[in-house]
Design a binder for this molecule. Structure first.
Ligand code: COI
Length: 355
């Protein structure tokens, strides 16, 4: 009876999809973790099939100390956002693209992956169950984090014998402490993010801890993030620690081509399409650091980051300043993307899906 009572206490007192708002200061959301009530958990059976998952209250999970993810980093993750429209309805932005990217990443990391339908269903269930944590229209979004990991125990190096897919969520506002103000970036020359043949092109968890040293060094010097260069020549732009990068010169917008070291951002490809629609010439190519320093504008894209203007870039002893503000290319692309994501602009591309 005592354990039944404990179980009962653990259950939240509200219902899935509750219309009440959670008690939060919606005007001051940053990118800190405020766990929403429910997470979705789905286990993979021994024969590589994901069985029906279910929602449970957000909380710690149990892992063997010898879990593949803890010892050998066998895991990938995704990031997607749910937005609340003015009419109160919830929408997701291209979650099927996250599902496909997770499958590609899982192949690279030798893991089974949920099907596209299973992935999208899990994300929708997580968004709906946590409705009260989706910020009011225009105040932010519910960041949804699908995570696929080798949860089974293994000692010798090899794929884990069991996999777990978890989706949790947190309301968020702006990623950078700068808010929507322009970022100051630092070109890193000592450390690289990824090398050809590695896993830089997929959302492996192993791409993130190795950037922390360069990132924290740059932050301690007042920069917002680091720009990485290619591993061979250290002359060509890759991406930042947390987002892709674009360079604007006249009517041409360039971004590093995805050759296996660049994360194939969903915001990246959406912005490329919006820019083409607006008549810009959009080019994927090797972008030389000299071109970056000579650009009119630079901006970053990512699910967490959105479309963020860059005000300055510091490379060696040079510092370039870029155009930002209401008249910028960055702002015109950003306003269309955000408009589609939040339902203010009609979505004639089929990018937005209801929850
Ligand atoms: C995202 O943009 O969703 C990411 O996964 C980046 C992460 C560093 C927050």
């Amino acid at each position: 009876a005592a354990s039944a009572l404990r179980e009962e206490r653990k259950k939240p007192s509200y219902q899935y999809g509750d219309d009440e708002y959670a008690d939060l200061d919606w005007d001051n959301l940053g990118f800190g973790l405020t766990p929403a009530d429910y997470m979705y958990v789905m286990k993979c059976s021994k024969d590589g099939e994901f069985t029906r998952g279910e929602l449970s209250p957000y909380g710690n999970i149990q892992l063997s100390p010898s879990a593949g993810v803890l010892n050998y980093g066998q895991a990938i993750y995704e990031g997607t956002k749910a937005y609340r429209k003015e009419d109160g309805k919830l929408v997701l932005f291209r979650p099927d693209h996250n599902a496909i990217r997770m499958k590609t990443g899982a192949e690279r990391m030798l893991m089974p992956a949920p099907s596209v339908d299973q992935f999208v269903d899990a994300v929708k269930q997580t968004a709906f169950a946590n409705k009260r944590w989706v910020p009011p229209a225009g105040k932010g979004s519910l960041y949804i984090r699908p995570l696929l990991m080798g949860s089974g125990p293994i000692l010798g190096l090899g794929p884990a014998p069991e996999y777990t897919f978890i989706v949790y969520a947190s309301p968020v506002g702006n990623y950078f402490k700068e808010g929507i103000a322009a970022l100051n970036l630092y070109v890193e020359e000592e450390y690289v993010r990824a090398a050809p043949g590695g896993a830089g092109g997929v959302k492996s968890i192993t791409n993130y801890a190795p950037v922390l040293k360069a990132l924290s060094r740059a932050k301690s010097r007042g920069f917002s993030d680091v720009l990485y260069l290619d591993s061979a020549k250290k002359k060509y732009l890759e991406e930042a620690s947390s987002c892709n990068v674009f360079v604007v010169k006249g009517r041409t917008i360039s971004t590093p081509s995805t050759n296996g070291t660049i994360l194939e951002g969903i915001t990246r490809k959406s912005v490329m399409e919006i820019a083409s629609d607006q008549g810009y010439q959009v080019v994927e190519k090797a972008v030389h650091v000299d071109e970056v320093m000579d650009a009119d504008e630079v901006f970053c894209t990512g699910t967490a980051v959105g479309v963020a203007p860059v005000g300055t870039i510091t490379y060696q002893d040079k510092r370039a300043e870029y155009k930002t503000g209401d008249e910028s290319v960055c702002q015109s692309l950003r306003s269309v993307l955000v408009g589609i994501q939040t339902g203010l602009i009609e979505d004639n591309k089929g990018w937005v899906t209801g929850v």
